[in-house]
Write a protein that binds this ligand. Structure first.
Ligand code: CP
Length: 312
């Protein structure tokens, strides 16, 4: 594996899950693997979990992590080819990615979508530019269309908490006050499609994810019907894909309640808005596994970094 930018980079998810569980049992087993190696973490957007867990993963492998808030602290970056750079951008990605490659053995990048330009977002301009112009492996820490470190984490968490061979997993849209990206929902869907689970998606009309992502996964526009016999309810808001980036429905009845959840485990990538997306009684109950899920971010990232280091 040269880069980790998509769930598609996982060759065998069951093997990866077992490898992540082994790392979790003994996180410092490979402490010398990353000796004298540097991980650069470049953030175009805010983060709590990704920023800390990926650094923690690097430290567990003996790497030196260095972090930059690109949007606030670096020169404005230009991504278009052939541009006359007489505007707000002061440095081209061609030089920037090549220069960061001089300091880092692996580069991890977070760059959210515009949510206004579907074509640009689907082109994954930032992630692809780093892959093209850097000379070291690239890790996607959430891009325009995917969050594969989160998706791998979620697969690991479901495997740990499953009490039957083929659990039922529901991805449910929930209300939010702002339009949010599709990345988490996309990567979760792709991860579940690789696992031996009964997987369904539920969202209001107008919020179907890209058909290239959902493929033959059943989509219910009736949340109650989708939740029947669920073992895991993974909740996330996303904006409309069809009416790209728009909020077309804010129906509060889609919020997750204890009554709706039944005996299912509640999952969310976090951060989550209490009593908008999910009510307190769910998050504060034993049904919620969001903290265990966040803990697993370290071991998913550690597995990815380990695989990349072994290939350098
Ligand atoms: N789940 C997740 O990626 O969290 P952060 O945005 O805080 O990194």
């Amino acid at each position: 594996m040269k880069h980790y930018t998509s769930i598609k980079d996982i060759d065998n998810i069951n093997t990866w899950i077992e490898e992540a569980k082994a790392l979790k049992t003994n996180p410092l087993k490979h402490i010398t693997l990353g000796k004298d190696k540097t991980l650069g973490l470049l953030f175009f957007n805010s983060s709590l979990r990704t920023r800390l867990s990926t650094q923690k993963a690097a430290l567990n492998l003996g790497m030196n992590p260095i972090v930059m808030n690109v949007s606030g602290d670096a020169w404005g970056l230009e991504f278009e080819d052939g541009t006359i750079m007489n505007g707000n951008t002061a440095e081209h990605i061609k030089e920037a990615a090549a220069v960061v490659s001089q300091y880092c053995d692996i580069i991890a990048v977070r760059a959210f979508p515009t949510l206004t330009d579907k074509v640009k977002d689907e082109s994954e301009q930032v992630m692809n530019a780093f892959m093209e112009h850097a000379s070291v492996p690239i890790v996607n820490m959430e891009s325009a269309t995917g969050h594969p470190l989160q998706g791998l984490t979620d697969a690991l968490t479901i495997s740990e908490h499953a009490t039957k061979a083929k659990p039922k997993v529901v991805l449910s849209w929930a209300p939010h006050i702002k339009p949010l990206p599709h990345a988490v929902a996309n990567s979760f869907t792709q991860a579940m499609q690789k696992m031996d689970v009964e997987f369904v998606i539920t969202n209001p009309e107008g919020y179907d994810l890209s058909p290239e992502i959902t493929r033959d996964t059943p989509i219910y526009h009736n949340q109650e019907e989708a939740f029947k016999d669920a073992d895991f309810v993974y909740t996330k808001n996303w904006s409309s894909y069809e009416d790209y980036g728009k909020v077309v429905d804010t129906d509060p009845n889609w919020m997750i309640t204890k009554e709706k959840l039944g005996n299912a485990k509640f999952m969310h990538c976090l951060p989550v808005r209490r009593n908008v997306v999910v009510e307190d009684t769910v998050l504060d109950s034993d049904s919620s596994i969001v903290i265990e899920q966040a803990n697993n971010r370290t071991y998913a990232a550690q597995l990815v970094l380990k695989k990349l280091l072994e290939n350098i």
